[in-house]
Structure formats: C-alpha cells, structure tokens
Design a protein around this ligand. Structure first.
Ligand code: CAA
Length: 247
C-alpha cells in the first residue's frame, strides 16, 4: 500500500491516541497535533515508544486558532510531506444545564469542536483535491445525533460536525477526497470518566451493551475510513455506540 501522511488533532487524548495507533498499524505516517497547554508530549511519546510506536511526529497548537492550524500543517508538510489524511478529533466539554450555561462555555465548545474543522480542513482540502486523493474523518458524537441534556453546546457542535461533513463530501466527491464522520457513544477516556459517578452509572446502564467503548474500537473505524478501499464511502456517519441510539 501507499504510505500516507495522517494528521490527527487531539492526538494525545484517549481517543486521539487510539486513532494514531490504528493509523500507524495500517501503515500510515502519523503526525500528532496536540494542545501545548496540556503538554504531556514527552511522557506520551515514551508511552507510545513502549507500545511499539516509535516514529510519531508532534506539532503543537490550538485548533480553535486558525494561525496555529496554518503553522501546524506547514510543520507537518515540512517534516513529512503533504498531508493526505486529516482526522479532526480534538474536542472539549463544558457540560451545564442550559439554564446555567454561560456564553464562555458555549463559545469554547463551538470554537474547539466545530470552528476547528474550518481551521484545519482549510489548510489541506484544496491540496488534496489537486492531488486527487484525500481522506477527512471528523469525530462527531452520539450526543450530536440524539441530543443530550447538559450538553446544548456540545450537541450543537457535534451535530454541526455532521452537517459540515455532508456538505464538504458533496463538494469533494469528484476529486478523490472522501469526507466522513464517526459518531462515538461513550468511550472509556478521561473525558467520560470526568462525568459525575452517579450520572456515569446511569449512562452505562442505558447502553444496551452495558459497557463503554474501548478507544481502539473507534480508532479502527477511523483506519477503515482512511483505507484506499473506502474510496466509495463519503458523507457517511458511522455510529459506534453499543446500541445506545440508531438513526
Ligand atoms: N434529562 C433530562 N433532565 C435531566 C437529565 C437528563 N438526562 N439529567 C438531569 N436532569 C435534570 C435533573 O433531574 C434536575 O432537574 P431538577 O432540578 O428539576 O431536579 C436538573 O436536570 C439538574 O440536574 P443535575 O443535578 O445533574 O445538575 P447538575 O448541575 O449537578 O449537573 C450536569 C448538570 C453537569 C450537566 C450533569 O447532569 C452531567 O454531567 N450530565 C451528563 C452530561 C453528559 O452526558 N455528558 C457527556 C460527557 S462525555 C461526552 O460528551 C463524550 C461523548 O461524545 C459521548
């Protein structure tokens, strides 16, 4: 297979790590984009090396700031060559019931989870189209599909991710560039473990499979969508939620 350069945002989180590993296993060169404010880069790289992943390249920046995205992609290109695969995975939560949600909690989630797609995709999509090959995978959420109390900001952003995916897929369909979304359910990551214990127990009870997803179960779908043979799949949203919600 052709080795592709894959840039993953939010790479050092639970889901991002699994995505990087699955893409590397599929033979791609991985560029791990991370937010410098949460700089556990050295520790993360050591953990990755211990797990057999020795050649991840790191680029630091804030996906909600377009200049950072320009710089991160330029660094990735300078080090590894053109970016053929972009995984828009970076995301945050600021869960509050809407009555208590302040504007800053709305703005932060929309900027990091949705505007970031504009900021990052803008840096690579035209070049992918010119070369006639590209894979863009956007990480949405079951809560963007079904809506979740306490997450008007997050549900809005993650639903927006699906709309963005469908629209861009239509624009790039005849250019060899596919654009798809994955809508994970509750995955065993720090983000989900931060949910209040009683609330989380209720959530797990409501999942037909009665468990959280393993991060690699999401990473695997990402690698599938980035394969050469996924070239006829575009504008799709893959729900991976243990049966919690179907469309
Ligand atoms: N549906 C409807 N109403 C609900 C509700 C629900 N699921 N959960 C709580 N409420 C109601 C409560 O009954 C309560 O009503 P009253 O005031 O009338 O009694 C009111 O909302 C306040 O509830 P809480 O006591 O829970 O309020 P809180 O301020 O202590 O906590 C919260 C609010 C932080 C949002 C908390 O409910 C919470 O953490 N909820 C979970 C939200 C969630 O699922 N987040 C997912 C994070 S992981 C993720 O996002 C990854 C992914 O993609 C899946």
């Amino acid at each position: 297979m052709t080795q592709r350069v894959a840039l993953v945002t939010g790479a050092m989180g639970g889901l991002g790590t699994a995505i990087c590993q699955q893409l590397a296993k599929a033979g791609h060169k991985v560029v791990a984009a991370y937010h410098p404010q949460f700089d556990n880069k050295e520790e993360w790289l050591k953990e990755m090396a211990a797990a057999g992943f020795n050649d991840f390249v790191c680029v630091g920046g804030d996906v909600s700031v377009i200049e950072d995205c320009q710089r991160m992609v330029a660094e990735a290109e300078a080090t590894c060559g053109q970016v053929d695969i972009l995984i828009n995975n970076a995301g945050i939560t600021r869960d509050r019931m809407f009555a208590k949600l302040e504007k800053d909690g709305w703005d932060a989630v929309i900027a990091t989870n949705l505007t970031s797609l504009f900021n990052m995709t803008k840096q690579v999509s035209a070049k992918m189209a010119e070369r006639g090959f590209g894979r863009i995978v956007n990480i949405s959420s079951v809560n963007g599909v079904k809506g979740q109390a306490g997450q008007t900001n997050y549900s809005a952003a993650k639903a927006g991710v699906i709309g963005f995916t469908k629209a861009l897929a239509a624009e790039l369909a005849n250019k060899g560039v596919t654009v798809n979304a994955i809508a994970p359910g509750y995955v065993a990551t720090k983000m989900v473990m931060a949910i209040r214990e009683d609330v989380l127990k209720g959530i797990v009870d409501s999942v037909p499979m009665k468990r959280l997803a393993k991060p690699e179960e999401i990473g695997f779908a990402c690698a599938y969508l980035c394969d050469e043979l996924s070239g006829f799949t575009t504008g799709a949203t893959i729900n991976i939620n243990g049966g919690l919600y179907y469309q």
